[in-house]
Ligand binder design. Structure first.
Ligand code: GDP
Ligand code: GDP
Length: 433
C-alpha cells in the first residue's frame, strides 16, 4: 500500500525546505542527464527502513493571491482524503495567522493522523514560543528547524509509525496500472481492453477504497489492472486539480508491479511524465512507455526512431525501457501493450541461476576489472542474485568501497546485455567477502 505524507500549510512556512531535506532532492546529478526541468513536488523518502512518498503541496499552488487561499483549502481536503499522514506546518517566527486557523479547522474534522509542526525553531530559546500552536487542538506540536534538520528525526519516528506494512497480497497475479496526464487515452485503453465484454471483467473489492482491481484473463494474459480513475471522490473538490491526480497516480503506481506510462504523441514526454517515470524507477517498478494517438502524427520511416531517441534522452540514464506506439481508437498495437507488460513483469521476477551468473559476469570482470585505486587491486570473486521482488545483485569483493559509479554502470549494462532486464530497474551492491 502506498504510504503518502502530505506537507500542508500556508506559503513561506518552510514546506519545500522540509521536503528537500526529507527527500534530498537537491541532488542535481540525475537531472543533468535529461536536460528537462523537473518540478519535484513529490519524491520518495525513507526513514528507519520504511519507504514513503512525500508531497510538498505548496508546489501545486499557482496563480494570484485571491485563488491562493481557495487552492490551499482544496489541497487540505485532498490531503485528508488521500494521504496516509498529514504534516501541518506553521512558522514559529510569525505565530498563528488566519489562514493557519482555517487550515486547522479543516484538519480537526478529519480522522487522518495530523502532525502540527512548528518550523524555524532554529534555537532552543524559541522552543517555548511554539506553545501557542497547542491552541489548534490538534495535539502535540513538533518543534523543528527545516533549515538545520533539528527535530526532524523525532517527527519522522512519529510519522512512520502510521504506515501500513507492505502486504504480500495477490502475490500470484501481476499488477499493472496505466498512468499519465489527463486526456492521453488511459480510459480509452482500459475500455478497449475490458470494454463491454463484461465476461472477462471481475471487479474485485479492493482492500481499500483507493482503487479498483480488474482481473483480466483473456488471450493468454492474466493480471490485475489497478484502476483508480473510475472512483468518485468523497468531497466536492474539483477532480481536475493537478495535486489530486498526482496523489492518485502515486497510489496506483505504488500498488502495482508494472507501470504503463502513457503519453500523447502530439506532446511527447513532458516534465511531469519524467517525474512519474522517476518515481516508478525509484519504487523499482517495471515500466512500459506507451506513445498513444500515433494516428495523429504525420510520419515517415524515420519518425518512430526519432521519437524514441528523444524519449530515451530524457529518461537517461535508465533507458532500457520498452516504448510502444499505439492508437487506441484505431485499435493499433493495443494487445502489444499487454504482451510487453507481461514481458517486463517476467523480467522483473526472474531469477538467474548463480552458476550462469558467475560464468558470464566473472569472465567479463576478468577482461575489464575495476580500475585499481591507490595502488590497490579490486578483486570480484563471486556474484549472486539476492532474493526479493525486484532484481538485486551482490558482487562480493575485497574492497567494495573502492568501486566507483562508472564501473557500477558498466556492470549494470553488461547484466542487461546478457540477461534482458528491459523495463526493470536493477540494484547492484558490492559487498565485502
Ligand atoms: P514554503 O513556501 O512553505 O515551501 O516555504 P519555503 O521552504 O520556500 O521557505 C520559506 C522561507 O523560509 C525561505 O526563505 C526559507 O529559507 C526559510 N526557512 C525554511 N525553513 C527554515 C528554518 O527552519 N529556519 C529558518 N530560519 N528559515 C527557514
Ligand atoms: P484519459 O484522460 O487519459 O483517460 O483519456 P481518454 O481515454 O478519456 O481520452 C481522451 C481523448 O483522446 C478522447 O476523446 C479519446 O477518444 C481520444 N483518444 C484516445 N486514444 C486515442 C488515439 O489513439 N487516437 C486519437 N486520435 N484519439 C484518441
Amino acid at each position: 500500500m502506498a504510504n503518502i505524507v502530505a506537507i500542508v500549510g500556508r506559503p513561506n512556512v518552510g514546506k519545500s525546505t522540509l521536503f528537500n531535506r526529507l527527500t534530498e532532492s537537491r541532488k542535481a546529478i540525475v537531472d543533468d542527464f535529461s536536460g528537462v526541468t523537473r518540478d519535484r513536488h513529490y519524491e520518495t523518502a525513507e526513514w528507519i527502513g520504511k519507504k514513503f512518498t512525500v508531497i510538498d503541496t505548496g508546489g501545486f499552488v499557482h496563480g494570484s493571491d485571491d485563488v491562493f487561499e481557495e487552492a490551499i483549502r482544496d489541497q487540505v481536503y485532498i490531503a485528508i482524503e488521500e494521504a496516509s499522514v498529514v504534516i501541518f506546518m506553521v512558522d514559529v517566527t510569525t505565530g498563528i495567522t488566519d489562514l493557519d486557523d482555517e487550515i486547522a479547522d479543516i484538519l480537526r474534522r478529519s480522522s487522518k493522523p495530523v502532525y502540527v509542526v512548528a518550523n524555524k525553531v532554529d534555537h532552543a530559546k524559541l522552543h517555548h514560543e511554539s506553545a501557542e500552536f497547542y491552541a489548534f487542538g490538534l495535539g502535540e506540536v513538533f518543534n523543528i528547524s527545516s533549515a538545520t534538520g533539528s527535530g526532524t528525526g523525532e517527527l519522522l519516528d512519529a510519522v512512520v509509525s502510521h504506515f501500513e506494512e507492505e502486504q504480500e497480497e495477490d502475490e500470484a497475479l501481476p499488477k499493472y496500472t496505466i498512468v499519465g496526464r489527463p486526456n492521453v487515452g488511459k480510459s480509452s485503453l482500459t475500455n478497449a481492453l475490458i470494454g463491454k465484454d463484461r465476461n472477462i471483467v471481475t471487479p474485485m473489492a479492493g482492500t481499500t477504497r483507493d482503487s479498483i482491481r480488474i482481473h483480466y484473463n483473456q488471450y493468454g494474459h492474466n493480471f490485475l489492472l489497478i484502476d483508480t480513475a473510475g472512483l468518485r471522490r468523497k468531497s466536492k473538490v474539483n477532480e481536475d486539480i493537478e495535486f489530486y491526480s498526482v496523489m492518485r497516480t502515486i497510489k496506483a503506481l505504488e500498488d502495482s508491479d508494472v507501470t504503463i506510462l502513457m503519453l500523447d504523441a502530439q506532446d511527447g514526454l513532458e516534465a511531469q511524465d519524467v517525474n512519474i517515470f522517476n518515481l516508478a524507477e525509484k519504487n523499482r517498478k517495471g515500466i512500459v512507455i506507451v506513445v498513444n494517438k500515433w494516428d495523429l502524427i504525420e510520419k515517415d520511416n524515420k519518425t518512430m526512431k526519432a521519437f524514441e531517441d528523444r524519449i530515451r534522452e530524457k529518461i537517461a540514464p535508465f533507458t532500457d525501457v520498452p516504448i510502444i506506439f499505439t492508437s487506441v481508437t484505431e485499435k493499433q498495437r493495443v494487445l502489444k501493450v499487454l504482451e510487453v507488460a507481461d514481458k517486463v513483469y517476467a523480467n522483473k521476477t526472474k531469477k538467474i541461476p548463480t552458476s550462469k551468473l558467475n560464468e558470464v559476469m566473472l569472465d567479463i570482470i576478468e577482461s575489464y576489472p575495476p580500475p585499481s585505486l591507490k595502488g590497490k587491486y579490486i578483486k570480484i570473486k563471486y556474484v549472486t542474485q539476492l532474493p526479493g521482488r525486484t532484481p538485486m545483485f551482490a558482487f562480493f569483493c575485497n574492497l567494495p568501497q573502492y568501486i566507483k559509479d562508472p564501473y557500477k554502470r558498466f556492470i549494470e549494462n553488461k547484466l542487461r546485455e546478457h540477461f534482458d532486464f528491459t523495463g526493470v530497474p536493477i540494484q547492484i551492491y558490492f559487498r565485502q567477502k
